[in-house]
Each structure stands twice: as C-alpha cells, then as structure tokens.
Design a protein. Structure first.
Ligand code: NAP
Length: 252
C-alpha cells in the first residue's frame, strides 16, 4: 500500500473522450500513477487503441469503449461494458466535449443542440451512470472538464459557453448531493489548450489569446492532466464542489 497520496493504485477511471487531447493526457498520467483506465471514444477507434497500448505497456490495464456520451442508451451500455471487462469505475473524468461555433443570430437549433448535448447532457448522463458504483463503494471522484468560456462567456461560442457554465453548476449540485457518501465532484476550467479542438483557430485569434495569457504561453494537455490526477487522488479528499481554472491566468 503506497503512502503517496497522489498514488492511484487500485482505482479504475473512466475517461470520456480519453482518446485524444486532454482526455488522453489525463488517461496516461493517471495510469502512470497506478490506475486502470477505460478509454471512451466516439469516432476514432485508432486513437483510443493507441492510448490503450501505451497504458498496457506501463503494466496497467486499459480498455477502449465506444459511446456517444449524449445518448443515454449508449452511456448505459458503455458502463455495463466497462464493469464487465475492467471493473466498476470509482473515478469519472467527464471530459468529452465538442465545439460548433457561430454567432447567435446565425446559429441553427441543430448546432445549439449538438454542443449542449455533447458537453452538458453528456456530463449528466455519464455522471448518473458512474454514481451508482461509487455510492456502493462509498468512495468516488467525479471530475468534469468545463472551460474558461463557461466562466467568462465567449463571442461566437454561446452554445459552448452556456453548456460549460451548466457543467459547473451541475457538478457543484452533485457535490452537494454526494458529500455524505464520500464522493467528491469538482470541475476544471482549462483556458486555451493545444489540442485538435483549437488547431483550426486562425493566427490572429491565437495571437489575441496569447496577449491575454499572464504566463505568456498556451496550455498543454499535460497542464490540465496534472489537475485531473490531483482531484482524482487522496491528496484532494477534502476538496469538493470547486472549479479551478488551469488557464495560464486567462480568467484572472
Ligand atoms: P479534442 O482534442 O477535440 O478531443 C475531444 C475528445 O472528445 C475526443 O476523444 C473525442 O472522441 C471525444 N468526443 C467528442 N464528442 C464525443 C461524444 N459525443 N461522445 C464521446 N466522446 C466524444 O478536445 P480537447 O481539447 O482535448 O477537449 C477536452 C475537453 O476539454 C472538452 O470538454 C473541451 O470542451 C475542454 N476544453 C478544451 C479547451 C482547449 O483549448 N482545447 C479549452 C477549454 C476546455 P473521437 O476522437 O473518437 O471523436
């Protein structure tokens, strides 16, 4: 038994959108600290398989599982699949997210619904599914990935900002319901982070953000993963209902 409070040996984490970007970095870091990982993906099996192979090479167990987090039946099937093949997760990283930017006056209902459903409904559905096992275990960690957009708002991203603000209050409410069960629930709000999600931004937009970043650089997936792994660990056992920005000072 390790005395290192950051050690995650014996825990099983389900990471939604664990195949790329922040979810991938979080999966790898938690595995390096001893956790077994269920790597959820939506469309890109190859990326999930690569993460699973990297975790297996570390001597940990990992399992790739496909599901659209916005679809209740798929989330329920995913949870059953993970329990059957890896065990019951006691850590959930509700990370899967998507953007589809447009100005409000031009935004279609489909674009609005897609972003709200992936980011907010997906967090609700996966949290609901994960809580059952955590309540039985009387130990659990829910960590959701919001965004600085959910704190400050973001022109051209009203759907995304609304969803990410919703994630913050959803998770705080979960913390209030679950504290007596020894289950913590916290949210991380990354700033601009180098992943495929931000790869399409124009040089002008990238420069604009750079000027606002107190630390003078974009974030990396590893910057965010450090906070994910901390919240998942016993080192964070007295922290719940909180939102921490990992954003180089963007929201300061
Ligand atoms: P990314 O590189 O685009 O990766 C997105 C991940 O989510 C992929 O694994 C993708 O799976 C998965 N995914 C997308 N839609 C899904 C769905 N409906 N069901 C299940 N999985 C789905 O994104 P990222 O930048 O790492 O973002 C991770 C989280 O951080 C998101 O919640 C995002 O909103 C948030 N965030 C990112 C930034 C940033 O600057 N990058 C800033 C603030 C917050 P497939 O590849 O299989 O489709």
């Amino acid at each position: 038994m390790s005395t290192d409070k950051l050690d995650l040996t014996g825990h099983i984490a389900l990471v939604t959108g664990g195949s790329r970007g922040i979810g991938r970095a979080s999966s790898l870091l938690m595995a390096s600290r001893g956790a077994d990982i269920a790597v959820n993906y939506h469309t890109r099996r190859d990326a999930a398989d690569e993460v699973v192979a990297a975790i297996t090479a570390m001597g940990r167990r990992a399992y790739a599982v496909q599901a659209d987090v916005a679809e209740a039946a798929q989330v329920e099937a995913m949870m059953k699949d993970v329990i059957d093949n890896l065990g019951t997760p006691d850590i959930l990283i509700a990370n899967a997210g998507a953007t589809a930017d447009d100005l409000v006056v031009r935004m279609s209902e489909e674009t609005w619904d897609h972003v709200i459903n992936t980011n907010l409904r997906g967090t609700y559905l996966t949290t609901r599914a994960a809580l059952r096992g955590m309540m039985r275990a009387r130990w659990g960690r829910i960590i959701a990935i919001s965004s600085v957009a959910g704190i400050r708002g973001s022109a051209g991203q009203s759907n995304y900002a609304a969803a990410k603000a919703g994630v913050i209050m959803f998770i705080r409410s979960v913390a209030k319901e679950m504290g007596s069960r020894n289950i913590t629930a916290n949210t991380i709000a990354p700033g601009v982070t180098e992943t495929e999600m931000t790869a399409h931004l124009t040089p002008d937009v990238k420069q604009h953000y750079l000027e606002e970043l107190l630390l003078g650089r974009w974030g990396t997936p590893d910057d965010v993963a450090e906070m994910v792994a901390f919240f998942a660990s016993d080192a964070a056992s007295y922290i719940t209902g909180q939102t921490i920005a990992v954003d180089g000072g963007l929201s300061a």
